[in-house]
Write a protein of this length. Structure first.
Lengths: 181, 329
């Protein structure tokens, strides 16, 4: 603080560079130049070409770890379901969108590899938050997150996916992102 | 003036010019949306018809089928008249745009609606009248956004009419006539864009304001005034305003072509004259779209000061220099 009460910033002072005030012929020339530069910029976009993905025809590829619609799995050799109806996925689900009703396997009616199988396995896709905890919780890798993201439908009831729907292969395969894409 | 043409020829010419321009408007609409897309790294409309060519038709069908509504505070009859003013003045100005010299397609008629001896004044008169459509439309809507839009239209009009008038005065002095046909005839040797380059730039700049296109689309100002003067309009009344704006673009392009780019002059036989005019007009329309994709809208006061402090002195200077040069040579 200087003696007369005025503050002297000393060497800390930073000179602010301001553009010229608008108006006058110099201003007009400046505006003209800036306009020309702007015109060049927009024309550059034309030269680059559009970057649009034409979505319904051209789907955005996803990364392999993308968490989309769930899939239930079967053993490839015996065609038995991997799910044993333990309900751990339902317990892990923070959105409580999985419903599992287990039933006993019998020798005549062997559905899964374990003692029990899931008689009902439903996922309510309108509630699912695609966190992937079900996949983590499953001791048999029976449920995994798939890559399909086109889940829109007209009725809420159509968004409750049954076991058959989850076991079935997806109708249209979502493209996967290639290396370096 | 090639003397009075007979009435039948006049009627046929009126219909043909109107029809041709009306067919060009949807193409301009489509080209604008397509080009704007490209300028913004997008594709633009491509769903309706081949490459989206039917998009304007779909838009017009939508507009025609829509309901007309007016706020309780509106003046209904004035609201109905305003789009009419816009479109009538726009179409009337089309008449003076010269597409070809007299006798270009045989016969003794010229390829233009009428050759008015005071062609430029006619253009200014109808250009100013067109703003009544904007002002009345916004004012009678009884909504604050419309009102602000029409006030801006009025302010814009007074800031630009003088500059645009003076910018064409140089051309009129050089050609020694106000008739657009005479002006084009006078450019046989050299297009006026060379000796009148400053006038050309001023006319282009003021032309954006005249047709209320970005960056001078203050009457509309869709960022802050919803849609400006036409906020309360819907259906084909809005469509009329919209179409008038695009006809205005065609007119500005046509007058610029006639006054600066040599009108129908170009290589090839004389019968190709309208092609050259349309081609040159297309250049201007492209430029209009290019600028729209590039420049943001000017602030209200900046627009006024730009009009009064830069364009007007420049235009006056241009007229003075032109006069001195004309007298000296």
């Amino acid at each position: 603080m200087a003696a007369n009460g005025s503050w002297d910033p000393g060497e800390d002072v930073i000179a602010v560079q301001r553009g010229p005030e608008p108006g006058g012929l110099a201003g007009a020339a400046r505006i003209f130049g800036a306009t020309l530069r702007g015109l060049r910029t927009t024309m550059g976009r034309v030269a680059e070409g559009p970057v649009t993905w034409e979505y319904p025809e051209e789907k955005t590829p996803v990364y392999p770890r993308f968490r989309g619609r769930h899939k239930l799995h079967k053993f490839e050799d015996s065609d038995l379901e991997k799910c044993v109806g333990c309900s751990l996925c339902a317990a892990a689900c923070p959105a409580e969108c999985i419903r599992v009703v287990a039933a006993e396997n019998t020798p005549e009616h062997q559905v899964s590899a374990g003692e029990r199988y899931a008689a009902v396995y439903e996922i309510n896709m309108s509630r699912c938050i695609f966190c992937g905890y079900c996949e983590v919780a499953c001791p048999f890798d029976a449920i995994t997150m798939g890559n399909d993201y086109e889940l829109a439908d007209f009725e809420r009831s159509d968004l409750i996916f049954t076991k058959e729907m989850l076991l079935a292969d997806s109708v249209e395969h979502t493209p996967l992102r290639r290396e370096g894409e | 003036m090639t003397g009075a043409e007979n009435t039948l020829v006049q009627i046929v010419k009126a219909i043909v010019i109107f029809a041709v321009i009306l067919q060009i408007i949807p193409i301009i609409l489509w080209a604008e949306r397509k080009l704007l897309g490209r300028f913004q790294s997008r594709l633009g409309p491509n769903r309706v018809g081949f490459r989206g060519l039917l998009q304007p038709l779909a838009d017009v069908l939508k507009l025609v089928s829509k309901e007309q509504s007016a706020p309780a505070t509106a003046v209904p009859w004035m609201m109905a008249v305003a789009p009419l003013i816009s479109i009538v003045t726009a179409v009337a100005t089309l008449a003076i745009i010269p597409f070809g010299p007299p006798g270009a397609w045989g016969g003794d008629f010229g390829l233009y609606g009428i050759d008015v001896p005071i062609g430029l004044l006619y253009f200014f008169a109808f250009g100013s009248l067109a703003f009544y459509g904007l002002v009345l439309g916004g004012w009678s809507s009884g909504s604050k956004f419309s009102f602000l839009g029409s006030m801006r239209a009025a302010a814009q009009l007074i800031s630009y009419e003088v500059a645009i008038g003076l910018s064409l005065l140089g051309v009129a002095m050089t050609a020694g006539s106000m008739s657009l046909v005479d002006i084009v005839d006078d450019q046989t040797g050299m297009w006026f864009v060379v000796p009148q380059f400053v006038g050309f730039l001023i006319f282009l700049t003021a032309g954006f304001a005249e047709s209320s296109r970005p960056p001078f689309d203050l009457p509309e100002s869709d960022a802050e005034l919803v849609s400006g003067f036409n906020t309360e309009y819907g259906g084909m009344r809005f469509g009329s305003f919209f179409m008038a704006e695009y006809i205005e673009v065609v007119i500005i392009s046509g007058v610029a072509t006639a006054c600066f780019l040599g009108g129908w002059h170009g290589p090839g036989p004389e019968a190709l004259a309208p092609l050259w005019v349309l081609l040159k007009m297309g250049l201007f329309v492209f430029f209009f779209i290019w600028v729209r994709a590039t420049l943001p809208r000017l602030r209200y006061d900046l627009l006024m000061s730009f009009g009064w402090k830069i364009l007007l002195p420049l235009a006056t200077l241009n007229v003075l220099v032109t006069a001195i040069v004309l007298v000296a040579t």
